[in-house]
Every structure is written in structure tokens, then in C-alpha cells.
Write a protein that binds this ligand. Structure first.
Ligand code: CA
Length: 238
């Protein structure tokens, strides 16, 4: 199955495109900003990108430049409201494989995408420095890579200790369900002890401290860790 990354900040259009591509049998990843897209590409192999140029913060053209510097041969289809000849030339000069302007016809987009992927037919790409493909989970603004034990929030890497990482991974894997204190302590006991100043005994008090720290790190997001009285914790679905 070919996997496409759609980078688009218009939620309605993103939903429509995602639905169409899933129906056509593609795997789909989505991002709504350049940093989010880069974080995803660093951890996840994709076969092509549909890229909107008008994005909040950084221009989509910046992602195109980044892709050309980091992932050889990954095809990029630019999708934008800008229909000026200058923009079109700029995009193609920066290495876009094709260019389609909004409003567009979904069938035309499909045809262009299929043609672009045929031309580029190669095995799935991974980030140049990424090595083996990671097992990756995204939850709203949070992206976690189970292989490298790293996480990013809104595209920015989260600085996590080993126990914070283990706690976060468990909460994400069981998002929307109660994770009991005993579940977390069992994972911690099974893993090597944390070293240095971060080391703390494995007990319920330590768990409260780690939950508190993790909440602060997740604070600039819609993700919240709820206390479930007498039982444990639950990461609420964003
Ligand atoms: Ca846009």
C-alpha cells in the first residue's frame, strides 16, 4: 500500500482529501503545519506528499526545500490557491513534481497523484538519517516513536526522562481507558532503573510526581491526563 502525507491547514479540505485517498486504497498521514510534517517525515516512511503552500507559521515551500535536502526522490504535489505563474515556476524550480491549483477537481487530483507516484515508483522512503522505519503513533498534536523512544508535541521534540517516556507510551497506547497505578508500576519495575538525579523509587508517590511532570510537558496542547479516583489515570482523547 502506498502512503501519502497530506499537509493542509484547512480542516474541511484535509478531511475530504483524506477520505478520498483512503477510499482509493492509499494509507494517509496528515499534518497541518511545516514543523508537524517534518516531525512525521523524520519518523515515518511515506511514498508521496500533497502539500498546501499557504500554511500557518512557515510557508509550505519551506517543507519542499527541507524534503529536497533530506529525502531523495520523494515526490511532492503542490496544492495551492496561488495560481500566479510566478508561484508555479517557484514551486517547480524548488523541486515540486507537479502543481495543482484550488479549486480543483478531485478526479484531476487523483490522476495527477497516480501519475506522479508511477514516475517515482520506488520502495517507501525513510528519513535520510532515520535508519530503520519506526513504529509510530500520533494523537492530536502528539507524535510518539516507539522504536526510538522519542515524542514530539506540535512538531517540537519533548524532553522526557525514561520513566516519563514509559508512562506516556502506556497512556497513549491505552488512550481513553483507565491505566491503573499498578499497570504503570509494573512497566517501571520491568525496565532498567533510571540513572542520575532523575532516579526515584518505584512507588505510588513517585508516580504522582511523574504524572505531574508529564502534565506540565503536555500543557501546551489539548491532551490531558485525568485522575481516576482510586484507580489510576486516563489520557483523554483529544
Ligand atoms: Ca492553506
Amino acid at each position: 500500500m502506498l502512503t501519502i502525507l497530506i499537509v493542509e491547514d484547512d480542516a474541511l479540505l484535509l478531511d475530504a482529501l483524506t477520505g478520498q485517498l483512503l477510499q482509493l486504497g492509499y494509507g494517509v498521514h496528515t499534518a497541518s503545519s511545516v514543523p508537524q510534517a517534518i516531525a512525521l517525515l523524520q519518523a515515518q516512511a511515506v511514498d508521496g506528499i500533497i502539500l498546501d503552500l499557504g500554511l500557518p507559521g512557515a510557508d509550505g515551500m519551506e517543507l519542499l526545500v527541507w524534503v529536497r535536502g533530506h529525502i531523495a526522490g520523494l515526490p511532492v504535489l503542490i496544492l495551492t490557491a496561488r495560481d500566479g505563474v510566478e508561484e508555479r515556476v517557484r514551486g517547480l524550480n524548488a523541486g515540486a513534481d507537479d502543481y495543482i491549483t484550488k479549486p480543483f477537481n478531485m478526479q484531476e487530483l487523483q490522476a495527477r497523484l497516480q501519475a506522479m507516484l508511477r514516475r517515482a515508483r520506488q520502495p517507501a522512503f525513510t528519513h535520510a538519517a532515520g535508519g530503520a522505519q519506526g513504529v509510530f503513533t500520533t494523537l492530536g498534536p502528539l507524535a510518539i516513536d516507539h522504536a526510538s523512544h522519542t515524542a514530539a508535541l506540535h512538531g517540537a521534540p519533548l524532553d522526557l526522562t525514561q520513566r516519563e517516556w514509559e508512562l506516556l507510551e502506556l497512556l497513549v497506547q491505552r488512550c481513553g481507558e483507565v491505566v491503573t497505578r499498578e499497570d504503570v508500576l509494573a512497566v517501571w519495575r520491568a525496565s532498567p532503573a533510571e540513572s542520575g538525579a532523575a532516579a526515584a523509587p518505584v512507588n505510588s508517590n513517585a508516580l504522582e510526581v511523574y504524572v505531574h511532570r508529564l502534565r506540565r510537558k503536555l500543557d501546551p496542547s489539548s491532551l490531558s491526563i485525568r485522575n481516576i479516583r482510586g484507580l489510576g489515570y486516563m489520557l483523554a482523547k483529544p
